[in-house]
Design a protein around this ligand. Structure first.
Ligand code: AMP
Length: 219
């Protein structure tokens, strides 16, 4: 399976990707997670990306394509992947297409996860992530069980609120999505790859709709 989950920040790409990886046995490739790991590790990339991420803006396309080329070249991605948060611009989509074409492994589907803008704000301000296992919760809609906070998956659960999920930055991120990422909807529709999924409501119901959409789209 080689798919892209496309959608605004807070549309549930990460949450749903985490569920699909078990079923399809392919890795989730989240460029946001890769960048956050670089920031935490204090690498050169992390130092360069941090200010851009904190401002809710996009890291440059050449850097992102380099990251994705390296990640998709790792052995666990040889049998497929679920891209989450990449591509986010037309040049990234073009670069991805060229990369996948060069290895004869084109995308099978791009799923657009549709959520009302008002709901996105609430999801992002309420989002909490377990630093240890990466599971994502929402204090309003999917609260972590108490105790332990991450649902018993981790020995040392540790929830945090992403700095770019602050109200001030969310507006900027949604604006960037509309201007730079939304054009990918037409881009992939024109290439016959786009499936739309209603990503509002219960997480399980969204997963079921996603799986149904994928069953109908995979080539
Ligand atoms: P995410 O976790 O996907 O919301 O990404 C967090 C932040 O990382 C974004 O707001 C961007 O600053 C950066 N980022 C992640 N993926 C990309 C990408 N494909 N292109 C540019 N910047 C990205």
């Amino acid at each position: 399976m080689r798919i892209v989950l496309l959608g605004a920040p807070g549309s549930g790409k990460g949450t749903q990707a985490q569920r699909l990886i078990d079923k399809y046995r392919v890795p989730q490739v989240s460029t946001g997670d890769l960048l956050r790991a670089a920031v935490t590790a204090g690498t050169e990339l992390g130092r360069r990306a941090k200010a851009t991420m904190d401002a809710g803006k996009l890291v440059d396309d050449a850097t992102m394509l380099g990251i994705i080329r390296e990640r998709l070249g790792q052995p666990d991605a040889a049998g497929g992947f679920i891209l989450d948060g990449f591509p986010r611009t037309i040049p990234q989509a073009d670069g991805l297409a060229a990369l996948l074409q060069s290895i004869g492994q084109p995308l099978e589907a791009v799923v657009l996860m549709e959520v009302d803008r008002d709901k996105l704000f609430r999801r992002l301000t309420g989002r909490r992530t377990c630093r240890t296992c990466g599971r994502v919760f929402n204090v309003y809609t999917a609260p972590p069980p108490q105790p332990p906070p991450c649902g018993g998956q981790c020995a040392t659960p540790d929830l945090f609120h992403r700095p770019d999920d602050s109200e001030a930055t969310i507006g900027k991120r949604l604006e960037v999505y509309e201007s730079q990422t939304r054009p990918l909807v037409d881009y992939y529709r024109e290439r016959g790859l786009l499936a739309r999924v209603d990503a509002e409501g219960e997480i399980d119901a969204v997963t079921a709709r996603l799986e149904a959409a994928l069953a109908g789209r995979r080539r």
